[in-house]
Design a protein around this ligand. Structure first.
Ligand SMILES: CC(C)(COP(=O)(O)OP(=O)(O)OC[C@H]1O[C@@H](n2cnc3c(N)ncnc32)[C@H](O)[C@@H]1OP(=O)(O)O)[C@@H](O)C(=O)NCCC(=O)NCCS
Length: 189
């Protein structure tokens, strides 16, 4: 499977991506928002990449810049009982440029249009205001909270739990500038 957006390609991880994944994830500023191991080693990366080659309904994408081929992050979509969850991270050098929103819209289009799901569940740590904004911008609603262990911080933190319904997503897409982001997403199953 391959997904194209205006500026990005989302595709399967390969072992050639180990160094880009380690560069992105072995960074406290990134990992403090995630549940990945910290420090993040080549061994962690190889385990992650090889594990995801084998599974159905469990997609893990490298996020590649079309222009340069540079792998700048990752996103995932795990489907269970017709509901999707998963996450996203970007290499710190590439944050704040709209790539997260572009990926999040593409992932929701994959879930709702290609796979016919009705709901996506996600979450973010309570201090992660950028992720909170990105979630709300595409229509996610807050549905609860729970405690989650963050390896980089080495403690339990509050995770705000979110849900995106198909209706809420399309309401945002059809009433904001995200429509042009959405329209440029091409999904090749
Ligand atoms: C969270 C993340 C994926 C967002 O991707 P991004 O490309 O940096 O975000 P975008 O550029 O698409 O911007 C998201 C929005 O947040 C806004 N924003 C940025 N910093 C913010 C802050 N501190 N508080 C509130 N909003 C903020 C931006 O202005 C933008 O909104 P706008 O388009 O309406 O102006 C990325 O920053 C990242 O990987 N962070 C580290 C790992 C992580 O937090 N992963 C998510 C775990 S839930």
């Amino acid at each position: 499977m391959k997904i194209e957006t205006e500026r990005l390609i989302l595709r399967k991880w390969t072992l050639n991506d180990v160094s880009a994944q380690v560069e992105g994830l072995n960074n406290f500023e990134t990992s403090k928002n995630l549940t990945v191991p910290f420090p993040y080693t080549e061994e962690n990366s190889i385990l992650y990449i090889t594990r995801h080659f084998e599974e159905d309904d469990d997609f893990a994408f490298a996020i590649e810049l079309k222009e340069s081929g540079k792998v700048i992050g990752g996103a995932s979509l795990h489907i269970k009982n017709d509901v999707g969850d998963g996450g996203i991270w970007l290499n710190e050098k590439y944050t704040g440029m709209g790539y997260g929103t572009e990926t999040w819209v593409a992932r929701a289009k994959l879930a709702f249009e290609a796979f016919g799901l009705n709901n996506l569940n996600n979450g973010f740590f309570e201090f992660n205001n950028r992720s909170r904004h990105m979630h709300e911008k595409i229509g996610y609603k807050i549905v609860g909270q729970s405690m989650r262990f963050c390896p980089a911080l080495n403690k339990e933190v509050v995770e705000i739990l979110t849900n995106l319904s198909r209706d809420d997503f399309y309401e945002k897409i059809n009433s904001t500038k995200l429509k042009s982001v959405y329209d440029k997403v091409k999904i090749d199953l």
